[in-house]
Design a protein around this ligand. Structure first.
Ligand code: FAD
Length: 294
């Protein structure tokens, strides 16, 4: 199913993200975690591409498995910045041939050792070029793009970031998913500015449940997210007690999600990091809202 159809239903929905295994030997444990998350019947599941150290070759396999074997709509991520045009075109064709209907078109992070290169020679410099490539190869593909409520770290300011985001949507993105954020007001302000700039496609809110203290530093480094005092206090108080931290982190994420639903955001995507227990606990705490009560 195309995600545009799913998003048009405007019912409260929850989806989960998994990342592919880093090594062949890790494949089975990732497959089992993926299956357990799929058994929760989320609205859809996304599979990252190379992010988190995952192997990009597995993205297609996992997205295909989620859709065919478990009957859950899937979204396959694809990045372009470190790849040749031939590789990217071949991947798009492989996705289309396998029946994948949804691709998240991403630039990818620029590796530190390539930051000083002459970018004019790269096959792809920005995600918008990948969006155009996908559109050309498969006009039917449903394409998503990333967006940043707290501004992408490389952008001069939010105005510039939103101007390029609009270009990405005009090139063919039918929906956007946000970077993680820990203060919902940042998203509400961002959405207001997006709509003002004429960007009207559905925006899926990305929520990262922080379930251990080490994750906090990594999350900030990755996303540059602002940590509200309420969240910092929680980490300071429970960070050294793993089970208490996990419980508090899940409660914080659930609280964020309920506030989002209550303020008109119908779709939330959880960066569930291959953790079925976390996905299950979040979903069960929202069961009456989502209508998944049994
Ligand atoms: P772009 O849209 O290209 O934007 C990057 C920067 O360039 C921004 O500052 C933007 O304002 C600017 N820009 C855009 N277009 C232009 C232009 N035409 N001219 C000048 N400047 C421009 N990474 C992975 O490796 N694998 C994944 O699976 C993955 N999944 C992600 C999912 C989500 C929802 C998000 C939010 C991020 C994900 N990432 C993933 C990380 C992502 O690759 C990085 O954040 C990357 O730095 C930017 O990717 P982008 O697609 O947003 O790039």
């Amino acid at each position: 199913m195309k995600l545009t159809e799913l998003l048009a239903r405007r019912k409260y929905a929850l989806s989960f993200e998994v990342f592919p295994p880093k090594t062949d030997t890790a494949y089975e444990s990732v497959r089992v975690a993926t299956e357990q998350i799929a058994r929760l019947h989320p609205a859809f599941m996304s599979v990252t591409y190379g992010a988190g150290g995952g192997t990009s070759a597995y993205t297609l396999e996992m997205a295909d498995m989620i859709r065919r074997r478990y009957g859950v709509p899937s979204l396959a991520h694809l990045t372009c910045v470190s790849s040749t045009r031939e590789t990217v075109q071949a991947r798009i064709r492989d996705f289309a041939a396998a029946g994948i209907e949804n691709i998240m078109a991403l630039r990818g992070d620029i590796p530190a050792d390539r930051m000083q290169e002459d970018r004019g020679r790269w096959a792809y410099r920005h995600a918008v070029e990948l969006v155009r490539e996908i559109r050309e190869i498969d006009p039917e593909m449903c394409i998503g793009g990333a967006c940043y409520p707290e501004v992408h770290p490389e952008s001069a300011d939010q105005k510039e970031d939103i101007r390029y985001l609009r270009e990405k949507v005009e090139a063919g993105c039918s929906f956007l998913t946000t970077q993680m954020f820990f203060d919902n007001n940042l998203l509400y302000n961002f959405l207001y500015k997006l709509r003002e700039a004429g960007v009207t496609v559905p925006v899926i809110a990305g929520i990262m449940p922080i379930t251990n203290a080490n994750q906090v530093e990594r999350a900030i480094k990755l996303s540059g997210s602002f940590m509200p005092q309420r969240f910092k206090s929680l980490v300071n108080t429970f960070g050294r007690q793993p089970e208490a931290m996990k419980q508090a982190g899940i409660a914080y994420a659930v609280d964020q999600i309920i506030d989002l639903y209550a303020n008109g955001i119908t779709h939330v995507h959880v960066y569930s990091m291959n953790k079925p227990d976390v996905a299950e606990q979040i979903q069960s705490r929202l069961s009456a809202i989502l209508g998944t009560d049994v």
